[in-house]
Every structure is written in structure tokens, then in C-alpha cells.
Ligand binder design. Sequence first.
Ligand SMILES: *Cc1c(COP(=O)(O)O)cnc(C)c1O
Length: 371
Amino acid sequence: MARPYNFAAGPSTLPESVLKRIQSEIMDCGCGYSILEASHRGAVVMGMIRDLRARIRSLLNIPENYDILFCPGGGHMQFAMVPMNLLGAGTLSTYIITGSWSKAAAKEALRFGRVQTAYNGSGTRVPGDDEIEINPETSYCAYCENETVHGVEFKVPPSMEATPSVPLVADQSSNFLSRPVDVSKFGLIWAGVQKNFGVPGIAVVILRRDLLGLASNEVPMMLNYSVYSRSESVMNTPPVFALYVSHLMAQWIEEKGGLEAMNRLAIERSTIVYDAIDSMPEMYTGHVEKDSRSRMNVVFRLRDEQLTPVFVKEAAAAGLVNLAGHRSVGGLRASLYNAMPPEGAVALANFMKDFAHRHPLNVTVPVAGGN
Ligand SMILES: *Cc1c(COP(=O)(O)O)cnc(C)c1O
């Protein structure tokens, strides 16, 4: 039986070849027993972690003055680790708010000091550089590059030209390894891996080395980036299975042609679904301004909101699963991460057309200039 296309926002779809490789290796990872049974300090696991780090460095072309850490605790732990480690002796951090994830990050930072909001948006677009005002006294400026819930994505990072000494911090959880990145523009990039690069359990942290060692003595060992750096991220027993799946994902991305190819595919997939929305304005609508549309999370609604549960149910019956929007915004959301084949986007667009034919409109349509 064919597997459905899974549009879940995270944990999310994995390439079939990666799942099959997990299946084939789970009893014996090549050493006679399972990687799930191997010591985290043995050659198999340490070798895999070093190789994973090398592959991430090569995929993103990460300069040598950046370290690559693997931290347990997922995205929310980074919301705390960033201020705990980067505030240093300072008391002020800066956040660019573009949706619910950057808002959550700023809220957590308030536990550790003052927070300046450099831009406060409502989740419909990302700001232009002229709309962002960064206090030069701040310890760092954080933003979320792709808002998974609202479906807005920065095309390029905010410019730090006016405040070049302020480290830029990016949450790339939901667009990690989906396009080439100029890492030298950042002080720190982090990403929970369960959206685009594996299964829950770790966040990848890419950190300029001069930002290590700023945490105070009160910061617990497990929340201190320096401890991860010194121990090659094996201070204690790490989540080996999550590291193992990301190791397979890195190889899969390389086989597919690297980050240029990931970006081409991401644009192809998302364009197919946005074109479907735009071609049926009487049926579907999106709240995100076109220039800010995410390549990863296509968020849209039916004009007749009462049809939303019907859409979700009929789509699932047609093999297109997990299309309901986030509980906080409702509507529909199609997450189109690295592992989603373009055929999945085509199948969704065809279903949207078919659904529109089968459920003729019973609401009034705005005449012109709809969004
Ligand atoms: C999912 C997500 C998070 C939260 O990740 P958890 O691992 O569930 O804590 C944070 N930021 C972004 C952009 C996300 O997509």
C-alpha cells in the first residue's frame, strides 16, 4: 500500500529511503549490534557524530571559526540557552517579532533580562530593513527565519549594517538546510531538527567561537554552550537515535545535490501550492503577503470556513494527511519540507481543484484586490 503524503509541520515526513535504511540497519549498524545499543563514547557513535558535524560544515560551507554543537531539548531549550549564554554581562537582548515562534523566544528571554522589540509584526509579513531598529547596546539580535505557524519567511537575513558588532541569532528550525546560507553573517544559528533534518531530540547550534565562554557560573552545565563545545557535544549520554537519523538526512541531502537542489525543490513545491491558491481566489485565500510567503509552510484558508474540517477529512481519505492549520490560527497548512517530493505538492494542488469543483461556493467573494 502506498504511504500517504504527510504535510505535518513537525515531526514531519522523512524520505522513504531514509526510513528503509533505518529499518535495514536497526539490528546491526555494521558492528554486529544496533546503534541503539552502542556506547556513546565508543568509536561507532563518536565517529558518527564527528562525521555528522563534518557533513553539516560542508553542506553549509561553515567557516572554521564557527563551532557546531548538538544540544538536547529541542527548540524551546534554545529559547533559554541563547540568553543564558549570549547575554554575558549585559542585560538587554533584542528580538524581531514576526509570528508565534519569535514571540515565544522573546518571552523566554524576559526571564533573563530586558528585551527590546526591534519590530513587532502580526504574522502576515517580514519587515524590511528600514523597519527594524536595533539598540546598539544590545547583547544580540534574534529572529525566526521561517515562522512555522504563520507561514512567513525571510528571503535574506535582516541587515546588521547599522550595528555590525551585535551578533545576529537565527532560529532556522523549520527551514534548516533548505537553501545555501552565508554563515559568516551570523553570531549563532540554531535549529531543532524534527522539521527538516530528522526526528525530535536535538537542536543543531552553529556558533561563532568568540561567543563561547560568556555564560556566568550560575548557568547549569547542561545549558552552557562551552560545555558542549569542549566535550564534542558528548558531555553526557546524547540522544543517539536523533543524531543517527540526522546523519542519514545529511547523506540524503548530499545525494540529492546539496542545498542548491533543496532550494530548487522547495521553490518548486511551494509555487505549485501557492499557484493553486491564487488561481481559485473564490475558494482559497492566504493572509501572507506574497514577498514574505514561506517556501516551507503554506498557510491558507477556505473562504467558507465551515468547509475546513471537510477539506481535512476528504484530503486524508485521498492520501494527503495532516493539513489542518495550527490550533492557534486555524485554517489549513501544508508543510513542504526537504523530504516532501514535488509529487506531493502536485497531488495537493489537484485535490484543491477537485475539492473546489465538488463544493461550489456559497459565500460572497470580494470583487477585486483580494489577498
Ligand atoms: C517547532 C519550532 C520550535 C519549537 O521546537 P520544539 O523542539 O518543539 O521546542 C521553535 N521554532 C520554530 C521555528 C519551530 O518551527
